[in-house]
Design a protein around this ligand. Sequence first.
Ligand SMILES: Nc1ncnc2c1ncn2[C@@H]1O[C@H](COP(=O)(O)OP(=O)(O)OP(=O)(O)O)[C@@H](O)[C@H]1O
Length: 611
Amino acid sequence: MRGIVAQGKNGGTAEVVPLSKTLKRLAPFVKPVLPRLIGGFFCALGAGIVALAIPQVLAKLVNDVLAVDGASGQVWFAVGIITLLGFVEALLIFLRRQFVLNPAAGVEMNMRVGFFQHLQRLPVAFHERWGSGQLLSRSMSDLSLLRRWIAFGAMMLIVDTVTVITGLVLMFTHSWTLGLLFLLGSIPIAIKAYRFRNDFRAASRLSQDQAGDLATAVEESVHGIRVIKAFGRGRDIYEGFNEQAKSLQETELSKARTLASFLLTVVAIPETILGIGLIIGIAQVAAGTLSVGSLVAFFAIAAVIAIPVEAMGMLLGMTLSTKTALERHFEVMDSVNDITSPEAPVRPAQYTGAVQLEHVRFAYPDDAGRARPILAEINLEIRPGETMALVGITGSGKSTLLNLVPRLHDTTAGTVKVHGVDVRDWDLDELRTEVAVAFEDTTLFSTTIRDNVLMGAPGDLTAEQREALLAEALDVAQAQFAYQLADGVDTLIGEEGLSLSGGQRQRIALARAIAARPRVLVLDDPLSALDVRTEEAVTARLRSVLSGTTTLVVAHRPSTVMLADRVALLRDGRIDAVGSHANLLSTNEHYRYVIASLDENEPEIRSEVVR
Ligand SMILES: Nc1ncnc2c1ncn2[C@@H]1O[C@H](COP(=O)(O)OP(=O)(O)OP(=O)(O)O)[C@@H](O)[C@H]1O
């Protein structure tokens, strides 16, 4: 789903933002390194000016030295000056690099870290909408493009423009007719540049978005490699990817064609004018209205400014791509985090462990077409220290309800309270320390088992206490297998824990929730991948550990229901009934139906249930 949504973003933003406005947003990042960038700019400008000075010396050499008597001393003097100027130009280019490299890399790093921090802060709802590849490409390739532009593109664009204008002025000082000819030649180039800007901007946005979608496709296919292989969907996935890659290739080719057509103009027009200028210049020299030195200088200047003129297409293209990259960056940075701590967080008078849901209504943002919200009117109280199982048919909204407790989503209406305080009044970090979660779809990180388990452990523990907590959590979750791994609990588990079995991953995730020592534990069917025997062992240990913890557990198996003191039945967006398992079995037909359909693979438990 995420990939598909991301593809919808391919069209880019409808609004065309002026370059100046986009660049203005870069100012706070660039400001601290501005002095060095200015230093780099002056070095680049100096190099351009020195390059233009060489033709002036050449003119002097031809007119005053060679044309008179060719005194060898003066010739060597002029050659020495030209060599020196060449050396100074090279030195200035070297200094420019020294000045700008660090600041540009610093801006890139700061923006990347800020981007990452912002992603961490954004609510779950944001991440459900955005393709991971889109975020990956925005944080990696877009920002490295920005670095190259700051270090080279932006600077050279200004320097080259100044060089070209200065070159044109110098051309006028040597011959105003030839200068005028060049100026006239720049008119079609300017028109072409205007068209190029529009075409390239659109293509650039499209290609960067398509690259993001492609990254999402790679990420999804790598992530889902087991499913793809198991279902033999490799060919379909390959074909889909091939299509996407082809679309990107076409966009890149169209971008390259737009650039090539612009380059053709910026190279062909000056070259043609140079040819015409040569004929006019020779005629003027023959007529005695132009000196040979000026003609030589004119063409030497033309040769010098030909390089920046040719580079202009590439630099403009780079600038437009960077503008797109910045727009893409700020699209994410502008996404508002609507789940934040209040300015004056409320602390509960007593950490009772009570959890209440009062008149809770919830609908996902893209749920407009639904006849009724997923959660229409939820009223539920989980008493301090109680274990409550949440039961309902598939898709009835159990996981959705669970997510409201640690405020992964906010209710559309109504209130969720933890220890008697509305979750929206809590300091978010504190709330999430109070409420630990284990999901059915476990996410582990590519680090050691120890770090995964102790991720949410209280921060003020001594090393021994941490070890004891780790051992206890692994014991309760029946995850002692960790000690048998190559490096025990220090074994690095592969990306997303893929080197472990599903059941092993679930047990580590459960151990992580237990090690957080929460007062409220929210478990989304945390035992689904365990065999019945292991589940029994975990259940028995959980009973003792959970005795002081308020627990809300989604149950997909009758055996998980057995854990609970009371069971809440979710039906049609409401809590249909609350009671003990036995009570609901005897009084509620829908409950019997749900329990009977929960797990076809548990004949013993089911027979017990049906009895
Ligand atoms: N991020 C989301 N955006 C939009 N709709 C969603 C989202 N997540 C879930 N839904 C929809 O909300 C409904 C309830 O989903 P939920 O996962 O809460 O059900 P559940 O009772 O936990 O299901 P199951 O027992 O299969 O795990 C489903 O119709 C689902 O399609």
